[in-house]
Ligand binder design. Structure first.
Ligand code: 6PG
Length: 506
């Protein structure tokens, strides 16, 4: 079968790379593919042929980087789907050795650290154009429509944009709802694509990193709701699944609530018990949530719920110690009156929504503060809109965020948006009821409670940092500003002298 020159090369045919390649051919482009594992190359080629035999050889595998490069039309576009870190540089070096040209475009689609991406763009300058486009949506997203967060050289973006818009998830322009695509060979021509140019090099990977930080928080919030229903109310997995399914019809509607209900309904093939009860309670992580928390600490942007979600995963891995301390440390008897059950479930739905708003507010403010430091002009309405479909945190709620930023692009924090401020004001008593009930019954809810503390901290015109500054000045002469003097004027009290005098330090 004849194969004409390819529109794009895909390097790395793991689940994500192969599915992106199949998605691209569904949309009418020809793909040249390469992987160090020859079996993966032929499997991808076979699958593309088998899925739609009539279209012929539209995905062809190559056994060397130079053969791959020769098969591509100019300027060449190469999509890398390899693990973040050293493998990205390994492939870039191999492409240089194989004769890549300075106007060719190499796109890193992995979850790379954003500062590595900035460094790579610089270090490969003159050899090829290093571009990045983080992908969200897991394997199904990659296959049938992910959310894509491209950033880097603007001309490179204009060159690849038609392919990116074609393969991205789509939302219905009128309803804002995702347009389902589930069949090989299918392509969706209308609808708004879930991709937009994010900004200069590194910005797309930063935005994807924060997406993942929010994802960590959102997942942990749902898990805490499960813990309250399970440990606090003694509900079984099937009962909790039906509560989640009901919530999924309301304002909590999201992919993550939907899959949580699916997981809870699943029976274990080995024991016939609910599978969730047979899954060991030790959470894994690849690092993007940690990077988000670290970035928030470095910038000084409060993101406690995202950080707590990372800590919750770390706490989960301390299984042996938890087993030991569960026998040693005292707590209250769980004692929730059965008569309160329905009211608590309703309060939990409200609390989960409020905590979710709080966590997203943290993530969006973090992006805004880092963008300011980096000199990026991020469009938050556009970012929220490309998360409405395709990605892991997709939810109806992203439309409300899109609307909030469309109405006020310069919002410092989502809590300022009236659409959120009024709902949180109305629901906060139930949020408090849930946190209090959890605390009184010894159910740990680090994310739901930290999200409430974040909300309450912003409600405080005065925080106890006045006392803290006094403490700092007392032991270290660290100075303080005064409420009655201009900002920036520093004062110190001579705490150690008999007569404590106030000194203006500049
Ligand atoms: C996505 C996911 C994806 C991946 C995470 C999992 O947006 O498609 O976030 O990037 O599933 O990397 O991360 P952890 O292994 O850290 O949970």
């Amino acid at each position: 079968m004849k194969f004409q020159s390819a529109d794009i090369g895909v390097i790395g045919l793991g689940v994500m790379g192969k599915n992106l390649a199949l998605n691209i051919v569904d949309n009418g482009y020809r793909v040249a593919a390469f992987d160090l594992d020859a079996a993966k190359v032929s499997a991808a080629e076979q699958q593309a042929l088998a899925e739609v035999p009539a279209r012929g050889l539209v995905l062809k595998g190559f056994d060397s980087m130079s053969a791959l490069l020769q098969s591509l039309s100019k300027p060449r576009v190469l999509l890398l789907s390899v693990p973040a870190g050293k493998p990205v540089d390994g492939v870039c070096q191999a492409l240089i050795a194989a004769g890549i040209d300075s106007d060719d475009i190499v796109i890193d689609t992995g979850n790379s650290l954003w500062t590595d991406t900035i460094a790579r763009e610089q270090s490969y300058k003159g050899k090829f154009i290093f571009f990045s486009s983080a992908v969200s949506g897991g394997e199904v997203g990659a296959r049938f429509g992910p959310s894509l967060m491209p950033s880097g050289d603007k001309t490179a973006w204009e060159h690849i944009a038609p392919i990116w818009r074609a393969i991205a998830a789509k939302v219905d322009k009128a309803t804002g709802q995702p347009i389902e695509r589930t069949q090989p060979g299918q392509a969706i021509k209308d609808g708004e694509p879930c991709t937009t140019y994010i900004g200069p090099s590194g910005s797309g990977h930063y935005v994807k990193m924060v997406h993942n930080g929010i994802e960590y928080a959102d997942m942990q919030l749902i898990c805490e709701a499960y813990q309250i229903l399970h440990q606090g109310l003694g509900m079984n997995a099937a009962e909790i699944a039906s509560v989640f399914e009901q919530w999924n019809q309301g304002k909590l509607n999201s992919y993550l609530i939907g899959i949580s209900a699916e997981v809870l309904k699943q029976q274990d093939p080995l024991t016939s018990k609910p599978l969730v009860e047979m899954i060991l309670d030790k959470a894994g992580q690849k690092g993007t949530g940690l990077w988000t928390a670290v970035s928030s600490l470095q910038i000084g942007c409060p993101a406690p719920t995202i950080a707590e979600a990372v800590y919750a995963r770390a706490m989960s891995t301390q299984k042996a110690l938890r087993l030991q301390l569960s026998q040693q440390l005292q707590g209250p008897q769980t004692n929730i009156d059965a008569a309160q059950r329905q009211a608590l479930i309703e309060a939990l739905e409200a609390a989960l929504y409020c905590a979710k708003v709080s966590a997203y507010a943290q993530g969006f403010q973090l992006m805004a503060m880092n963008a300011k430091e980096q000199g990026w002009q991020l469009d938050f309405a556009a970012i929220a809109s490309i998360w409405r479909a395709g990605c892991i945190i997709r939810a109806d709620f992203l439309q409300t965020i899109t609307d909030a930023y469309q109405a006020a692009p310069q919002l410092d924090n989502l809590l300022q948006a009236q659409s959120f401020a009024s709902v949180l004001s109305q629901l906060q008593p139930q949020w408090r009821q849930v946190v209090a009930t959890a605390a009184l019954n010894g159910v740990p809810v680090p994310c739901i409670s930290s999200a409430l503390a974040y909300y309450d901290s912003f409600r405080c015109a005065t925080l106890p940092a006045n006392l803290l500054q006094g403490q700092r000045d007392f032991f270290g002469s660290h100075t303080f500003e005064r409420t009655d003097k201009p900002a920036g004027e520093k004062y110190h009290l001579n705490w150690s002298q008999a007569e404590r005098t106030l000194v203006k330090i500049g």
